[in-house]
Write a protein that binds this ligand. Structure first.
Ligand SMILES: NC(=O)c1ccc[n+]([C@@H]2O[C@H](COP(=O)([O-])OP(=O)(O)OC[C@H]3O[C@@H](n4cnc5c(N)ncnc54)[C@H](O)[C@@H]3O)[C@@H](O)[C@H]2O)c1
Length: 187
C-alpha cells in the first residue's frame, strides 16, 4: 500500500503499513478552517482520521459532512491537557491554535497555552505512538520583519510583550520544542 497526500508519500513496507488496515491520522484543530479541509483530504486518501478539537474557534459545521463516515471520528478535547487516544496513530498534525488576530486578543491565555502546553501534549502523544508529527507554524514568527522576503536564515524582529506576542511567541516556542523532540520522533 502507498498513501499519498500533500504532506508526504509513505511507501509501504517501512513500518507505516498496517496489516489489513488504513493509516490513522490525528488532526488536532481539525474542526477549523485548515483542519477541516485536511480531514477531508486525508479521508479521500484512505486514512482513518481522528479529529481532536475543543471548538473554541472551529465549528462543528465544518466537519458535519464527514461525521457519518466510518473512518472519521470527532473528539471534543482541549489539547492543552494530556489525554489518551486508544489504538495506533501514524501521523499527528498539530493545527490547534486560535489563528486570527481577533481570536488572540479575545483569548490570549488560551492562545499561548495552545502553542506551548498543547504542542508538548501532542509531541508526547506522537512519541508514545511512534507517529510522524507535523506542526503548522506561521510567518508571524518573524514579528515585524526587517528583511523581505524572509529566508530561513532570518530570525525575526519580535516584540515579546506586544498584543500579538501570545501567538508569535507561542509559535516560536512550538518550533523550538519540536526541534528539541525531533531526534526522538519518527523521521
Ligand atoms: N489560516 C492561515 O492562513 C494560517 C496561516 C499560518 C498558520 N496557520 C496555522 O494553522 C493552524 C490552523 O489555522 P486555521 O486558520 O485553520 O485556524 P482555525 O481557528 O480555523 O482553526 C484552529 C482550530 O483549533 C481548535 N483549537 C484551538 N485551540 C485548541 C485547543 N486548546 N484544543 C483543541 N482544539 C483547539 C479550534 O477550535 C479550531 O477548530 C493554526 O495553528 C494557525 O496558527 C494558519
Amino acid at each position: 500500500m502507498s498513501v499519498t497526500t500533500g504532506l508526504a508519500v509513505w511507501p509501504g513496507g517501512d513500518g507505516f503499513e498496517h496489516v489489513g488496515g488504513a493509516l490513522r491520522a490525528m488532526v488536532a484543530g481539525g474542526a477549523g478552517f485548515l483542519g477541516s479541509h485536511l480531514c477531508e483530504r486525508l479521508l479521500a486518501d484512505g486514512y482513518d482520521v481522528v479529529c481532536v478539537d475543543n471548538l473554541s474557534t472551529g465549528l462543528a459545521e465544518n466537519i458535519r459532512h464527514v461525521l457519518d463516515q466510518d473512518s472519521f471520528t470527532f473528539r471534543n478535547t482541549d489539547v492543552v491537557q494530556p489525554f489518551d487516544l486508544a489504538g495506533e496513530v501514524d501521523l499527528v498534525v498539530y493545527l490547534a491554535s486560535p489563528a486570527s488576530p481577533a481570536d488572540h486578543l479575545r483569548m490570549p491565555i488560551e492562545t499561548s497555552r495552545a502553542g506551548s502546553e498543547g504542542t508538548r501534549t501532542l509531541l508526547e502523544l506522537a512519541l508514545h505512538k511512534k507517529a510522524r508529527f507535523v506542526l503548522a507554524s506561521t510567518s508571524e514568527v518573524y514579528g515585524d520583519p526587517a528583511v523581505h522576503p524572509q529566508p530561513e536564515s532570518y530570525w525575526g524582529n519580535i516584540n515579546p510583550v506586544g498584543p500579538r506576542a501570545v501567538y508569535v511567541e507561542a509559535k516560536r516556542f512550538s518550533e523550538a520544542l519540536v526541534t528539541a523532540y525531533r531526534k526522538h520522533l519518527r523521521g
